[in-house]
Design a protein around this ligand. Sequence first.
Ligand code: GLA
Length: 740
Amino acid sequence: MPIIYHATSHEFHLYNQQISYLIQILENGQLGMLYYGKRISDKESFSYLVSGRQRSLAVYVREGSQLSLQYAAQEYPSYGTGDFHDPAFCIVQENGSMISDFQYVSHMVYPGKKPLVGLPATYTESEEEADTLEITLEDAVDGARLVLNYTIFSDLPAIARSARFINAGSQVLTLERAMSACVDLPDDNFEMVQLSGAWSRERHVKTRHLEQGIQSIGSTRGNSSAEHNPFLALKRPYTNEFQGEVYAISLVYSSNFLAQVEVDTHGMSRALIGIHPDTFSWQLNPGESFQTPEAVLAFSANGLNSMSQTYHRLYGRRLARGFWRDRERPVLINNWEATEYDFDEKKILRIAKTAKQVGIELFVLDDGWFGARRNDFAGLGDWVVNREKLPDGIAGLANKIEALGMKFGFWIEPEMVNIDSDLYRSHPDWILHVPARNASPCRHQYVLDFSRSEVVDAVHDMLYHLLSTAKISYIKWDMNRYLSECYSIEKPPSEQGKVFHQYILGVYNLYERLLKEFPNLLFESCSSGGARFDPGMLYYAPQGWISDNTDAIERLRIQYGTSFVYPLSSMGAHVSMVPNQQVGRITPLETRTNVAMFGAFGYELDLNSLSRDELDMVAKQITFIKEHRQLLQFGIFWRLRSPFEGNDTAWITVSPDQSRAVVAYFQILNRSNTGWDRLKLAGLDPARHYYVNGNTSCVYGGDELMEIGLVLQREEICSSGDFSSTLFDICQAGENEIGL
Ligand code: GLA
């Protein structure tokens, strides 16, 4: 059992082959953190790690004690009792006090992991996959209980954490802050890595040195946002993709979040992650409880690639769920960039027929098929087909696409409404707004109050009708604006601080119901591209549209950054027309395909506008992708060269048995008369030989490919101009090819 409790020293040791995590019940009954990092041998006590000595201005837990909470690393620190860092939680009591004192009461260790009711979370499929420690603490004054959950996965350097507050007392408590996890590290020699950006340039990798004070990222937009992703990593300055320590935290949540690191006077670094406290206030009546979302900690002693591989394995296989989790994803075509709102059935079928001819498997009808949707001013909320565009309805079009030999799916934006819609005309009070105040529009749309169950029920019923009366294999679930005036008119003043969280619980609830009713449906999440691309969504939608920016060169950065946490199978990536709609860049079809194939692959164009030669090329590329799809979506992914650092990008995906791999090399701008270049590979077996099929075909040793590298044929790359790319198809060489 990899969770040991040493009763004499009151210490817990959670460990597996790779990591150790040590907790101590401190002398005041609260929980201290002793160590978290690479696996160490167990012993009875590590209590020498609790820092305790007299310091000027330190506040101590009681007279005569050396324990100051300011200097003791803690598990889930509270506000106002001598620790002047930002706390993990804060509870306001009826007398106005915000002081809590949660002391250890009991603990429980069990194999496996329990689900978090109503919330997305990692899970186990058998008891051997993980062990869970639940520590219960109690505040003797207000009667509140706090349960801290720790699940350590057996073969991954990862720990899932969350907290549950139970009001077991008799007074009303108000949670003003309830973070999911706190990690106190003993020094500040770190760089903070975050995935940040904006619409159309999501999840760029940004790195900064820690400084004394608070450095934070977050969202108060009602989704995880395009601006910041609910993830941060602390890496050593010398850490790179292949070596060095990394402490990462990711939040399994899709709404407002805060992720921050506070460096104190003496260089201790406190990382906190959870629901953003600025937009949260949760009244907890006697007998009620509140469960925080889950945070997942990953440790790597071997650089950022290794951290990402931990998340890929965990999130790809034990967060994503259901029918599509392990299945190769269909090659799809989406009509958005080809037609926007301007289509009818004839136009759609014309695109679909050509798509079928080149080997595409799924047709996705994007925005514009419903209600009075001629543009983005009207129709949102009315999930009934527009018969002017589609006279035979969704069911009729789905049948025609199925008859062509393809699957069919469509776009929805269930959380939104236009003023010009039947739904709004019948229920103007269903939008988030403050009575007598302006409701601010965004993209001419307003947000339905998903914190109300009757609103979720009504949307559910419309969607259920559509899905149960037509052959629908796929849904793209979009969310195209941030939340403003987030106020629910049905709730009393004391409940308004709950609305953001209850809104996302409503979204999760609708996903869950539809998944139960239509378990084979493939969901792709979307939010103006990648504004809600987060671990919470992955629990319901195994793939997500990562960005509205489909330019291949821009996508290098977006896909590279996204791969820090999210598996290839989760990244919706499409080939679109040139000049690119977002940046006007002209890139070769080959490069657009070579970028997009490392993900859930598809097209975002009208294939009828391609030449015969281009269509032949597309057909060949799709054949290649189908042959390599397992590898391209589920292989072990290594980033080799960063688009944030130079003029090129390279990555490799390797099969788990190390017998096959695909390498992609992308050169951004062409340069004249450059030197030779060797691209060192990763993840292969050094003792095997590999047949490499790229711009030349040859057999190399695995060690050779990883230590010397692939010699890039500069002349060929140069002759193909700017934005060129080369794929290397690698497989283990047979005896006769090795020629030993
Ligand atoms: C968002 C999505 C796009 C497309 C449009 C339709 O912007 O990100 O892919 O679906 O909405 O309105």
